[in-house]
Design a protein around this ligand. Structure first.
Ligand SMILES: Nc1ncnc2c1ncn2[C@@H]1O[C@H](COP(=O)(O)OP(=O)(O)OP(=O)(O)O)[C@@H](O)[C@H]1O
Length: 989
């Protein structure tokens, strides 16, 4: 640490408790007694509670301490402070930050290295420096400054180092060291080095103030080694006024000032010589004391009053210097001898270090608090810029001979030394290297220690950050949906159920994000640790020491930087892990929900279809039972997932809202994670998705789209928005009259869900489709769209994935039990299995048949016939028939793809019947694109996953469930249904 120019360096040292205090401090005790609710009741007698003292200083790190920290044990807090008016702070719990804080285990060497040692090089370069110890009586000032014979303090350690350095530079410099030692006792200056028998002047020695402050008449000694200085100090201390007081048996009743004057001149003689002079002052102030506390009487009381007076004057100077910045305002130095003597140390041309000594225990509560406030003020002092004391001396010609003689002596000395010079230099180098290595090691140790102390807390904070951001995101999403729900007016029971579920979900997230949540508390603790860690790394990086050469200094900085980087890495990993964990959780939940949704949708569709088409009296209760079971299972799953049941909601009013909100959200997300081409069309897809979502409700939809593929199976598809009229169609297949519409395209196969959605439509509306023939022409029309819709399409493989709303109901007719496996629609490779040729075949076939106006009726009859003709369920048969001109297999030759799905023929047949609606009314043969639902395609679109063909229409729902055969293809998908359960009740695997 360097006493930087412009400010005073303030270091605080906490002394260990003395034996009297130690006996009254609580033993470290681990009280495991459970006191239950009576936390404030007096606990059983333990060693901890018989103590009358407590520690009032808590060291946070090497720069921060807390005075009077809050007691965490409420019973102790109560015992110590009793009842306090509400709002009163029970503990001061005040944090102070200094340049350095030493705990009670700090050694003299540690204190010296961080305070006085950094000043030494400056002193040798000609800068004045002052080290003074301040504190209440008995807090360890004398111990720190003088120390004992066996454990010498700053004076000895400084002088030993100083003489070592002087020795190192003796070849180039002539260095003179002169020492004076005085005390200020009752505002009188006394010379501690003068013979006691010599009478001292009345009123003490005088201070002379010029550009420097000097005390006239002092004995000046010239020691040649640290040992000599030590003896001088010990001698002076024996003459110093000391008296036992209640607070300290060896209380110093005076301020002692040791001044070391160092003058250096270069050994190389020349006509002019540049001398540097510097004064190092080491001051042991008398301890401040409160008269009431010390119970001093008589002389001791007078001494105490004078001590306090001079310390008060010192405090006033410090305050004035703080406020004035050391320049403008009057600083009352003249109010006491002490402040006059310290004038240039405090606000002048001097580097100053203040060592503040404090006691750790509560019996010094007020003294310690005052001292810390005092020291805190001192940190704000701004001193003048420190300058070097250099004196240029021109030699007189008459002194040349003297200079020549000195040079001759020097030459002789140098010659004599030359032999052993290398050895000596090597020794010096070795010592310096060892010192630098020790310094680096010390810094490393500090860094490692702090790293280990704070890592757990900081990483925990990073984890909390991740968790909090996840919770906030969840909450945002939930709130957004809740707002949507609330804005939708009077709520139907299903929306009520959803709202309640969402609120149940929001609860824990809200708790998590609250400012007083455990997670936030952990985050706060972590940021404290982080601040401490950063402060330590900063302190280590900025640590200046004479012992550190440039390389070692860089090493230390590097060490600190590495540790910081390491910590950042750990933090990032912690946050990443927590986010990863959250993503895993959510993925699992999502998979469950998707599974539930898909299977529910399929079952609902089947139920609706079955009810509508069969009309058998037995089916209704069975279907109702299945739906009931499904509901129970769903509820069970919801309860497991979010801890909330929807069992109490009854949609007796039948007011089911549509599913727009989910479709929008889900679809947008899917698009955003899709290929770039898909993302570009997000607006379009969102619109289509809203159409899809409408199909979830009971409203039939005209889901007429076509896929425009430039190459079959390629994932790069272009989406086009369906026509507005298609989207807004309130009636299914109403677009029979929409001849003016240009084109409609299907969404990409691998792309995304509205293909699925299309499959739901017939499920919901199957009743009317299968039972009401009059709806068919309308439907077929809408499937096809207008002539112009198809003409502006250039690609002819777009039908590859074409599908139509009735695909579900018609596609499944008469194909119960079919087990042909095919790739899932969700499988990206799905499209690749399709061939362009096949699509073209479909187109051609459809084209050919498109001119027949009776096709809708025909297709219905075909479908009905097929329902009664199991043979037609066979793909091969149908295919053969198609080749032979069978209406069900209208495509011919290579252009007709082989049967891909079991329901293909009847679909193809129906599709064919739809073609006239799609084709131009003038029978224009060159139809480029026809929206056709290839049977296979339709089948695929029917299934949300790899759904087996479910019989509809005249077959019952139970038959559909039976169709959920244990085909490995059926159960291979994650969301497929358990066969056994499907027959009786659906279960989630
Ligand atoms: N860091 C320390 N380690 C061990 N003992 C200490 C320490 N600091 C102080 N002491 C002991 O505490 C006692 C009082 O210390 P000291 O005389 O240095 O206090 P002081 O501040 O100089 O008091 P006063 O102002 O009255 O002179 C001494 O016995 C001293 O040895």
């Amino acid at each position: 640490m360097v006493a930087s120019a412009g400010s005073i360096t303030v270091a605080v040292r906490v002394r260990p408790p003395n034996s009297w205090e130690a006996a009254r401090l609580p033993e470290p005790c681990y009280d495991t007694t459970i006191r239950g609710e009576g936390a404030l009741s007096t606990p059983r007698t333990t060693t901890a509670n018989t103590s009358s003292l407590r520690e009032v200083v808590q060291i946070i790190d090497d720069r921060i301490l807390t005075f009077d920290p809050a007691e965490t044990d409420p019973s102790k807090a109560f015992l110590e402070r009793g009842f306090l008016p509400p709002g009163t702070k029970r503990y001061k719990d005040k944090r102070f930050m200094f340049d350095r804080v030493f705990n009670d285990e700090a050694q003299q060497q540690d204190v010296y290295q961080a305070t006085a040692q950094p000043l030494l090089q400056g002193v040798l370069d000609g800068y004045n420096a002052t080290v003074f110890a301040y504190g209440a009586t008995g807090c360890g000032k004398t111990h720190t400054i003088s120390g004992t014979e066996t454990d010498p303090g700053i004076i000895y350690l400084t002088m030993a180092d100083l003489f070592q350095r002087i020795d190192d530079r003796r070849d180039e410099w002539t260095v003179e060291v002169m020492v004076t030692f005085l005390e200020i006792y009752n505002e009188e200056i006394r010379d501690l080095l003068a013979d006691p028998s010599t009478p001292s002047p009345r009123g003490g020695l005088c201070i002379r103030e010029d550009k420097t402050v000097k005390v006239s008449g002092l004995v000046e000694l010239r020691p040649n080694s640290a040992e000599e200085v030590k003896e001088i100090v010990l001698l002076g201390n024996t003459r110093r006024t000391q008296s036992p007081t209640l607070a300290n048996a060896t209380s110093s009743r005076s301020h002692a000032v040791l001044q070391v004057h160092i003058t250096q001149s270069p050994r190389t003689a020349s006509l002019s010589e540049e001398r540097t002079m510097a004064t190092l002052s080491i001051i042991d102030l008398a301890g401040s004391e409160r008269a009431a506390a010390t119970t001093n009487m008589g002389q001791r009381m007078v001494e105490g009053a004078n001590i306090n007076k001079s310390l008060l004057a010192l405090g006033n100077c410090i305050n004035a210097l703080c406020e004035s910045g050391g320049a403008v305002r009057h600083v009352p130095y003249r109010n006491s001898k002490l402040t006059r003597l310290l004038k240039f140390s405090l606000g002048g041309n001097c580097k100053t270090v203040m060592i503040v000594c404090i006691a750790p225990t509560s019996n010094h509560f007020d003294d310690t608090h005052n001292t810390l406030v005092y020291a805190d003020r001192a940190t704000k002092i701004k001193t003048k810029v420190v300058t070097r004391n250099i004196l240029n001396v021109d030699r007189h010609v008459g002194r040349y001979v003297e200079a020549i003689n000195r040079l001759n002596v020097e030459v002789e000395e140098l010659k004599a030394k030359l032999a052993g010079k290398n050895q000596a230099e090597n020794d010096i180098q070795r010592r310096k290297k060892a010192e630098a290595a020790a310094e680096v090691e010390r810094s490393r140790k500090d860094v490692r220690l702090k790293f280990e102390q704070t890592t757990a807390s900081i990483v925990d904070g990073a984890i909390c950050t991740g968790k909090l951001s996840v919770a906030k995101s969840k909450l945002d999403a939930i709130n957004a949906r809740l707002r949507q729900i609330n804005a939708s007016g009077p709520l139907s029971p299903d929306l009520e159920a959803e709202k309640a579920l969402l609120q149940a979900l929001a609860g824990p997230e809200e708790q998590t994000t609250q400012s007083d949540s455990p997670l936030t508390a952990r985050l706060k603790r972590s940021s404290n640790s982080s601040a401490m860690f950063d402060a330590t790394m900063r302190a280590v990086s900025e640590r200046r020491s004479e012992r550190l050469d440039d390389v070692s200094g860089e090493n230390v900085k590097l060490e600190a930087r590495c540790s910081k980087a390491e910590m950042e890495k750990l933090k990032a990993e912690g946050e990443r892990d927590s986010l990863k964990e959250a993503v895993q959780d959510m993925s699992q939940t999502l998979v469950h929900l998707v599974g539930m949704l898909s299977r529910c949708t399929v079952l609902l569709g089947d139920a609706a279809t079955s009810l509508g088409s069969s009309g058998g009296p037995d089916d209704v209760p069975r279907v109702a039972a299945i739906l009931g079971t499904m509901r129970e299972k769903n509820d069970e799953a919801f309860t497991k997932l979010v801890g909330h049941s929807t069992a109490s909601y009854n949609n007796s009013a039948g007011l089911t809202d549509d599913f727009t909100g989910y479709a929008d959200a889900g679809y947008t997300r899917r698009i955003s994670s899709g290929p770039a081409a898909l993302q570009q069309t997000s607006t379009t897809t969102a619109v289509v998705s809203s159409r899809r979502s409408s199909s979830y409700g009971s409203r039939p939809s005209t889901a007429n789209t076509s896929v425009s593929n430039t190459s079959a199976g390629s994932p790069r598809r272009t989406y086009r928005a369906p026509r507005k009229s298609l989207r807004s169609s309130a009636q299914p297949y109403r677009r029979v009259a929409d001849k003016e519409k240009k084109s409609v395209q299907w969404r990409d196969e691998a792309g995304q869900g509205d293909l699925n959605a299309i499959s739901f439509i017939p499920a919901d509306t199957s009743s009317s489709w299968s039972m009401d023939d009059s709806s068919l022409p309308q439907r077929s029309t809408s499937l096809g769209g207008s002539e112009s819709e198809w003409e502006d399409e250039k690609t002819d493989d777009s039908l590859n994935s074409a599908s139509a709303p009735p695909a579900r109901s018609y596609g499944s007719l008469g194909v119960a039990g079919a087990k042909r496996s095919r790739p899932s629609r969700l499988d990206p490779g799905f499209l690749k299995s399709k061939t362009k040729r096949t699509a073209l075949g479909s187109l051609a076939e459809d084209d050919e048949s498109s001119s027949s106006p009776e096709k809708p009726q025909r297709i219905l009859s075909d479908v009905m016939n097929q329902l009664d003709n199991p043979e037609l369920a066979s793909p091969s048969k149908r295919h053969t028939q198609a080749k032979n001109g069978n209406p069900l297999g209208r495509s011919t030759g290579g252009r007709r793809r082989s049967a891909i799905g079991t329901s293909r023929n009847e679909k193809g047949r129906r599709r064919s019947s739809l073609i006239p609606q799609l084709s131009p009314s003038n029978g224009e043969p060159k139809l480029k694109r026809v929206l056709l639902a290839s049977p296979a395609k339709r089948t695929k679109r029917v299934s949300l996953t790899k759904m087996p063909k479910l019989s509809t229409g005249r077959t019952s729902l139970m038959a559909n469930l039976a169709a959920l055969a244990p085909d490995p293809n059926n159960i291979s998908a994650d969301l497929s249904m358990n066969k056994g359960a499907a027959q009786s009740k659906p279960t989630w695997r």
